[in-house]
Design a protein around this ligand. Structure first.
Ligand code: HEM
Length: 253
């Protein structure tokens, strides 16, 4: 089917361009699934009272959220590394908004877009690079704050041991500390730790709202680009190839 379609399209003057390498595609879909799962559990956690969650139920949900969070954070770290080694389109200078002539390219892209004759790109277009930078920053912020909260709320790695030592009551092994058994906690230290945690949970929550809005814009941008510029950009995240009937702006091979 794929082969047949490609032959058909190619016979109409289209050419296939390799763009997303396999690690970039894996990153994208693992990230999308993990963020969806994290967001669903996050929304339940935000509405815990309205949903009548028990203390144990809330802890279980936090544990599932953090396990998904580890997957998301490791996947993100892997993508940051891959931006040094991946193909031309996976590298930092192709995904972030910087480099020689970037702002000129952005203006040209904007002018062409609004004139109704959009420029086509194999990799990210200049506007998409701005959006990718915002998305990656928000994901990094969620991962960093989430990993701290995994320590303050569950005493899980990477910072859990440190928080457990902070709040453990005198003579209690930090490995035995639990926020549900108050006799393992030093009350004053636990209160101080919750004060430290408070702005971090606020950042994690508001970054979630901004991220949700940015993801919505990302989805709308993909649909608009697909309709106006073509290039089969959605299927390209599965196949790694885009199709164009005229040479794109950033042809690299
Ligand atoms: C895109 C990624 C993420 C999204 C969208 C997200 C979303 C959320 C939301 C909406 C909440 C509820 C906040 C509240 O109850 O006030 C939450 C809580 C939490 N998140 Fe995440 N999160 C993400 C990543 C992570 C990661 C990577 C970790 C750790 C590995 C993590 C750990 C936690 C913890 C421990 C809580 C409980 C805090 C609380 O008591 O509210 N999150 N998250």
């Amino acid at each position: 089917m794929d082969q047949h379609q490609q032959t058909l399209v190619l016979s109409e003057g289209y050419q296939a361009y390799s763009v997303w390498d396999a690690p970039t595609r894996w990153f994208h879909w693992i990230n999308a699934i993990a963020v969806l799962g994290l967001s669903i559990i996050g929304i339940i956690l935000l509405n815990d009272d309205a949903l009548g969650l028990s203390a144990n139920g809330k802890i279980l949900l936090k544990q599932i959220h953090v396990v998904c969070g580890y997957v998301m954070a490791l996947n993100l770290m892997w993508r940051f590394l891959w931006a040094f080694f991946g193909n031309d389109y996976a590298r930092w200078n192709a995904i972030l908004p910087y480099g020689r002539g970037y702002w000129r390219k952005l203006r040209a892209y904007g002018n062409a877009f609004f004139s109704g004759q959009p420029q086509e790109y194999v990799g990210h277009n200049p506007a998409a690079r701005l959006a990718i930078a915002v998305l990656l920053l928000l994901l990094l912020l969620q991962a960093a704050t989430g990993l701290i909260l995994a320590g303050t709320d569950l005493f899980w790695p990477p910072f859990g041991r440190w928080f457990a030592e902070w709040v453990a009551a005198a003579g209690v092994d930090p490995a035995m500390v639990s926020s549900l058994s108050t006799n393992t906690l030093d009350r004053a230290a636990y209160k101080a730790m919750r004060g430290f945690r408070s702005p971090i949970v606020t950042i994690h929550t508001y970054a979630f709202y901004v991220l949700a809005g940015t993801i919505l814009m990302h989805l709308i941008a993909v649909i608009v680009t697909e309709i106006r510029e073509g290039g089969s950009i959605t299927s390209a995240m599965f196949t790694g190839r885009k199709l164009f009937n005229r040479p794109p702006q950033d042809t690299k091979g």
